[in-house]
Ligand binder design. Structure first.
Ligand code: NAI
Ligand code: MG
Length: 569
């Protein structure tokens, strides 16, 4: 049945191809599948027949290598008009939207097309100075650190409610600027954002120090104080989630903030910051500077009036900002940097579940995750089955306009990331890894990349060592647990690891041996607000989220008072 259906469809397609209806080589399957979808055959395409159909297409067309084989025709259609208007494009300083001092703007682009979304005020040294001055004043003289923690908590809760109320517009802005699927952002990022602010609202009035027994007649206590002005620099892969991880704990502890967004995705932070002021945040407590890294970002990292730096981004830039923090006023720095996380599939794993999870661990958010499971280590006994199924799953991945229902993968964030990913794919081929599927751009417009799977990957290949930050799965074979521990840890990174096994002893052994800030057992990408996140080695310093992040935004002051005639010691 399956064979006869696919053969008939293939014959139909090949006929159409040869009759000249759709001869653009690189879009051959794409266009044909689109026509089929238009003829109400889309349910067939999304069914389990799709892989067999595609294999059959490969065989008949003789064009197996360089054609797009993914999904429906979404990316070739006119981009869907985002259901939101861009209202806020200026810098937010001292509670007001203002132009950059220089009057300059920069474009933020739609990754689906490379076209302009909006021109945004471009912050620079002078704007950072203005923003830090506002934050400084709000901390040194303003009501924020002086109001009761309960009042601060209520403002955070009101903010979370407002974000929930405007979730549709906020999601649309995030998707438009970044390219991630709408359904993904609406299901994960926006709810996690809201939850995080409610979580830290809960902490605001539970921050307290200790009373400590002394060796002499002294009353000893610790005060946990806000540090002051926090300078925060965030990346573009999860613009809102990163905003929440930084701003939530900083404000809950009573600090004030200057946040520099990523130049690729400045829009959503401006929108939500407007809502923060509606929720009652005093002016100057949260300032947003859009702009580039070497200008606005560097100005913030080396500012003498910034008391604490928190950065998320590449390891390379992390080293630069840590140097700037040290050279200026030695402000403390939290760094959440790159990764090359192993995802280990043991011989006893349920292969179907492992395939699905490993797929999500890598391809989620177009592969643009610092903790992406980008080294898929599979035990030799299940390797062949795993590989076949992983390839089939990648072929089924629905790529297309992120605003379209059912789309799992949108475009990469910008042309720079797009080029970088294709370069890594070429290096994988040149180094002798087997390209199982994908490997090309998807469609002809925007920054879409085909879901790509490599097998026969060796640890010394670039694709197994560097953070690719794209939809490229590298599958490696292992034999012994000791061996996979050694190979997993032989990386400059140590952000996260995934372990897939039903054996408790194996899980426990790996958990303790892996040098990573997070180990997920039979799950991946679990990001509750209460779970700390951060890296070993060159994946960073410190932890975000949970109770651990509070430490990064608090000073501990020991207060020692001499006692006269104490009743007890
Ligand atoms: P990046 O680390 O350069 O950018 C992240 C943030 O740092 C942005 O806000 C940027 O404007 C700022 N920045 C850049 N240079 C700076 C400087 N000299 N001083 C202060 N701030 C600076 O990352 P980029 O260029 O966007 O992406 C390059 C690669 O980095 C990606 O392909 C990926 O491998 C990795 N990356 C990792 C992320 C993570 O979550 N760990 C997030 C984004 C990128
Ligand atoms: Mg953009």
């Amino acid at each position: 049945m399956k064979t006869s259906i696919t053969t008939t469809i293939t014959a139909n397609i090949v006929h159409q191809y040869h009759s000249g209806e759709c001869q653009e080589k690189s879009n051959f399957y794409f266009i044909v599948l689109r026509k089929m979808a238009a003829r109400r055959m889309s349910s067939l395409l999304s069914s389990s027949y799709a892989p067999a159909l595609l294999r059959s297409l490969d065989r008949h067309s003789g064009r197996a290598t360089c054609i797009t084989r993914f999904s429906t025709a979404a990316a070739l259609e006119e981009p869907i008009t985002p259901p939101v208007k861009v209202e806020y494009t200026k810098l937010l300083i001292n509670g007001e939207f203002v132009d950059a001092a220089s009057g300059k703007t920069f474009p933020t682009l739609d990754p689906r097309t490379g076209q302009l979304i909006a021109d945004v005020a471009e912050g620079d040294l002078e704007d950072v100075n203005r923003a830090v001055a506002a934050a400084r004043k709000a901390f040194d003289e303003g009501p924020w650190p002086r109001m009761t923690a309960y009042e601060r908590s209520r403002i955070l809760l009101r903010f979370a409610d407002l974000v929930e109320k405007h979730a549709d517009e906020i999601t649309a802005l995030e998707v438009w600027d970044n390219g991630k699927p709408y359904e993904q952002a609406a299901r994960d990022e926006i709810p996690l954002f809201i939850r995080l602010f409610r979580y830290y609202a809960g902490w605001a009035d539970k921050i307290h120090g200790l009373t400590i027994q002394a060796d002499g007649p002294h009353h000893v206590q610790t005060l946990h104080e806000p540090i002051g002005v926090a300078g925060q620099i965030i990346p573009w892969n999860f613009p809102l989630l990163m905003f929440s991880w930084k701003v939530g704990p900083a404000l809950a502890c009573g600090n004030t903030v200057v946040l520099k967004t990523a130049e690729q995705t400045p829009l959503s932070a401006l929108y939500v910051s407007k809502l923060f002021h509606e929720a009652g945040l005093p002016p100057g407590v949260l300032n947003i500077v859009s702009g580039y890294g070497p200008s606005a970002g560097a100005a913030l990292a080396c500012h003498m009036e910034v008391d604490k730096l928190s950065f998320t981004g590449s390891t390379e830039t992390g080293k630069i900002v840590l140097g700037l923090a040290a050279k200026s006023n030695l402000k403390s720095a939290t760094l959440e940097l790159g990764g090359k996380s192993p995802f280990i599939v043991c011989e006893d794993a349920n292969v179907d579940e492992a395939v699905e999870l490993a797929h999500a661990a890598l391809f989620y958010n177009q592969g643009q995750c610092c903790c992406a499971g980008s080294r898929t280590y599979v035990h030799e006994r299940v390797y062949d089955e795993f590989l076949e199924k992983a390839k089939t799953r990648a072929l089924q991945r629905v790529v297309g306009d992120p605003f379209k229902k059912g789309v799992e993968q949108g475009p990469q964030v910008d042309s720079e990331q797009f080029d970088k990913i294709l370069k890594y794919i070429r290096s994988g081929v040149e180094n002798g890894a087997t390209l199982e599927t994908g490997g090309e751009r998807f469609g002809s417009n925007g920054y879409y990349v085909q879901p790509t799977v490599f097998s026969n990957v060796q640890d010394n290949m670039l694709i197994a060592k560097d953070e690719i930050f794209g939809p490229v799965q590298s599958i490696l074979k292992f034999k012994e647990i000791d061996e996979v521990i050694q190979r997993s840890n032989a990386s400059q990174f140590g952000l996260a690891a995934g372990v897939f096994t039903q054996n408790l002893d194996t899980a426990n052994r790996l958990t303790r041996a892996l040098k990573a800030g997070t180990v997920w057992i039979n799950c991946f990408d679990v990001f509750d607000a209460a779970i700390p996140f951060g890296g070993y080695k060159m994946s960073g310093h410190g932890r975000e989220k949970g109770v651990y992040s509070l430490n990064a935004y608090l000073q501990v002051k020991a207060v020692v008072t001499r006692l006269k005639n104490p009743a007890w010691l």
